[in-house]
Design a protein around this ligand. Structure first.
Ligand code: GLC
Length: 660
């Protein structure tokens, strides 16, 4: 059952697409002051799931989280905000219920942080809708929630292949070289990503004619090798006379305005930019149609970036900061002045005050950006998705975004933002998966190998052994860091085998993905969602159920040659060095120490189940997913969902096959 409550005058976020009557009764579970504050008393062993892309564990209890979409590549345990705002939680324990705090601005979740036994939720404004969901269990609550927020996005099948990305591929030769090396090393690959360097001076919808003289030909040549090029599109539009996107945006008032009614200026990669007002339907349409510049060159996928929106600095704040710094440095700079100085410089990037300084035009009314901040990224992806449905109505386009709000899951996927080549970021990514699935985000994954910092070979292998299970499987790294294309490592064959295993798993991953979309289910679940009476399962923070047949328990610690795994039931352990070199062993319910050498993938098939396991392929183009073999318990069967991989509505070509 779903109940809706309204406080103040909430901005229509469009997260919920089903009509729900507003309840007249008192909101259950929470005490509220009616002005954006909600309190709930947590029982000793209550668990709180959710919040999508956030830091810390699967159980969110014991920290304070702030939904405020924020560019934070340096995130760690102390962080409070990340790239997405996914305000859906499930309290599980003495009382079990779901709650969605639908609020376009900032909202804080103190989940037993100030006081261990209290959960306090505080919306910065008084304007929000709250949905309270009760049901049979956590899965039922998720299903009801997913039903009201609309069906999740389905990417083309090729997006389940492996992708290589790096910020720093400067020209066409760099791209051709990556493709060549992957082919030479025999590593399957489906996509190569184009970061900002393909553009002319970082201008959206332009291609640098010196470095990429013929992008169409490059895209065609790549396609003959089964490789798709996926360019980046940033939110900020460069201010430059003669640049059509800039000029049209100014002319039609498609950019966000400052308090004086002028186009607001921020600085991001291109330098001074204006931000398209994606909350205006007309601006969304206009920007979305621009993607045809690239689809005309044969491009079939995009990643949308910097759309929190990230602001490196604003000119006013920079000028004020410089003036202050001049004062500080004119005398003898002591230690206190030094810290003031470094704090002021660090405070320029993503300064919350800057988000109070610009406005959206909503039906002629100026709405302050900070009141609707968390909707910006979602509406950028919506702009692309809706336009591309008109531009290429016959097929799916790959989309994923950095910033998001619930609702964006209908238009595209998300990647989990900038991370680091840190062991802890493997675990962090894994812990976000079930919470993202709860909020509808199914097409997701992390920058495999880590974006910032320097990777090592062992970290990469372990990361691959985790990421090869995530729908989005992309190796991405930052300019200036150690190179991490897989062919550069000593043990290339170990990495290659992991990628080949991924391709053998695609029939299962894709089938479970389609089931999760079509049935409003989660692809990745905490163990306790299926083993609700098992107290041990409730405490497991580093294993996940994948679909209905698998459990994954990746190794994510430096120099570890194995790990403890908890089995909530009897399972079949699969230890695999390559597609055709593997052993299986039945293990009983309970705790086990599982060895796993660096070149071994270990995963678990649930009791009496089996998964489709295909031959491997060089790219999804030559995978035949129609009749894969079964891997698992003898005499078991599997119901496989598949489709043609491109039809905009998967049900138009859906095939349900019983495999024995
Ligand atoms: C941002 C993105 C990252 C990209 C970089 C350059 O940091 O999150 O993925 O490589 O910008 O475009």
């Amino acid at each position: 059952m779903i109940k809706k409550y309204i406080y103040g005058n909430p901005f229509p976020t469009e997260a919920v697409v089903k009509e729900i009557k507003v309840s007249e009764d008192k909101m259950p579970f929470f005490e509220t002051d009616g002005r954006g504050r909600f309190t709930f008393n947590l029982a000793e062993h209550d668990i709180v799931y959710g919040l999508g892309e956030q830091i810390r564990g699967i159980n969110k209890r014991g920290w304070q989280y702030v939904s405020w979409n924020y560019d934070n590549p340096n995130h760690h345990e102390d962080t409070r905000s990340l790239y997405g705002a996914h305000n859906f939680i499930i309290v599980s324990g003495k009382e079990t219920f779901g709650a969605f705090f639908d609020c376009a601005g900032k909202i804080e979740f103190d989940i037993g942080y100030t006081q261990r036994s209290e959960m306090k939720i505080t919306a910065a404004g008084n304007d929000l809708s709250v949905y309270i969901i009760t049901g049979e269990n956590e899965k039922d609550i998720v299903k009801q929630f997913r039903n009201i927020i609309g069906r999740s996005y389905v990417p083309p099948l090729w997006a389940f292949g492996y992708g290589q990305s790096r910020w720093g591929y400067r020209n066409e030769d760099d791209i051709r070289e990556v493709a060549k090396q992957y082919k030479a090393a025999g590593i399957p690959i489906d996509s190569i990503y184009l970061d900002i360097d393909y553009m002319e001076r970082y201008k959206d919808f332009t291609v640098d004619s010196e470095r990429f003289p013929d992008l169409k030909k490059l895209a065609d040549d790549m396609k003959t090798q089964g490789i798709h090029l996926v360019p980046i599109i940033d939110a900020g539009v460069k201010i430059e006379e003669g640049y059509d996107v800039y000029e049209e945006g100014v002319q039609h008032n498609y950019f966000c305005k400052n308090a004086e009614g002028e186009d607001f200026v921020g600085a991001v990669w291109p330098g001074r930019v204006h931000f398209p007002d994606f909350l205006q339907p007309e601006a969304r349409k206009w920007f979305g149609r621009k993607y045809s510049v690239l689809t005309d060159m044969g491009i079939e996928g995009f990643w949308n970036d910097m759309n929190e929106p990230a602001i490196f600095y604003t000119e006013d704040r920079l000028a004020d900061t410089c003036a202050e710094i001049e004062k500080l440095t004119s005398g003898n700079m002591g230690i206190n002045e030094y810290f003031t100085f470094t704090g002021m410089v660090a405070g320029l990037n993503g300064n919350t005050g800057d988000y109070d300084k610009f406005y959206h035009n909503i039906n002629g009314k100026m709405v302050k950006h900070s009141d609707v901040h968390n909707l910006y990224g979602m509406n950028m992806t919506r702009s692309a998705f809706e336009a591309l449905q008109e531009i290429c109505p016959e097929k799916r386009t790959l989309f994923f975004s950095r910033s998001s709000y619930i609702g964006a899951h209908r238009y595209g996927g998300i990647w989990q933002g900038d991370n680091k080549s840190w062991w802890s970021h493997i675990l962090q990514s894994m812990q976000q998966l079930p919470a993202l699935n709860m909020a509808g985000f199914l097409f997701t994954g992390s920058d495999t190998g880590g974006f910032g910092c320097d990777v090592t070979e062992d970290l990469m292998l372990r990361w691959l052994q985790y990421s090869l299970f995530t729908p989005l499987f992309r190796n991405h790294s930052a300019d200036g860091t150690r190179r991490q294309e897989l062919y550069r490592f000593d043990n290339v064959s170990a990495a290659a085998e992991m990628i080949k295993i991924r391709y053998s798993l695609i029939p299962y991953l894709y089938s479970e993905y389609l089931k999760a979309v079509l049935n409003d289910e989660m692809m990745f679940k905490p163990l306790a969602f299926d083993f609700s009476d098992d107290d041990m399962a409730k405490q497991v923070e580093d294993q996940l159920l994948l679909g209905n047949e698998l459990m994954i328990a990746p190794v994510y610690k430096q120099n570890a040659r194995g790990r403890y795994v908890y089995l909530p039931e009897e399972m079949m352990m699969v230890r695999m060095k390559s597609r055709n070199d593997f052993q299986t062993q039945i293990l009983e319910k309970g705790h086990h120490y599982i060895n796993s050498e660096l070149d071994e993938l270990v995963f678990f098939i649930r009791n009496k189940k089996a998964i489709p396991f295909d031959r491997t392929a060089e790219s999804t183009e030559n995978t035949d997913i129609s009749q894969p073999e079964l891997l698992g318990y003898p005499d078991s069967s599997y119901v496989m969902y598949s489709d043609n991989g491109i039809s905009p509505k998967p049900e138009d070509s859906l095939k349900v096959t019983a495999l024995h």
